[in-house]
Design a protein around this ligand. Sequence first.
Ligand code: SF4
Ligand code: SF4
Length: 119
Amino acid sequence: MLSTKERRHGAEMNTTLTRRNLFRAFRPGDAAPEPEARVAHIGATCVEPRGVTCRRCGEACDVSAIKFTLMRGGAQPGLDMTICTGCGECAPVCPVNAIALIDRDRALLAASVAAEARS
Ligand code: SF4
Ligand code: SF4
């Protein structure tokens, strides 16, 4: 049985852009994934960027994985995937259902693709 640290390390190692990792990341998830296999995803319906103060998700997160960056007209929420445990405490407090828990490998791969596109 792998430790949490080993599982997380394994997830980080799976971000290499190979056909195998793409299939792994986007296949349907198991029926009951472990919390560490998931990560929060904050969607576009979050009201903070539109100037409505909320931040309930940030207050619900025990490990402070959600931070807000001030921007013109509001604030942009951001998730630190290296801190998020996938506990899901932030999702039910969101008044606009902007938060979903997604597969950690998929999120890491998407972040890797986005970073490559920016470079
Ligand atoms: S899933 Fe848990 S650890 Fe991750 S951001 Fe939400 S409350 Fe924080
Ligand atoms: S709880 Fe929902 S609407 Fe409020 S700041 Fe978090 S993601 Fe945005």
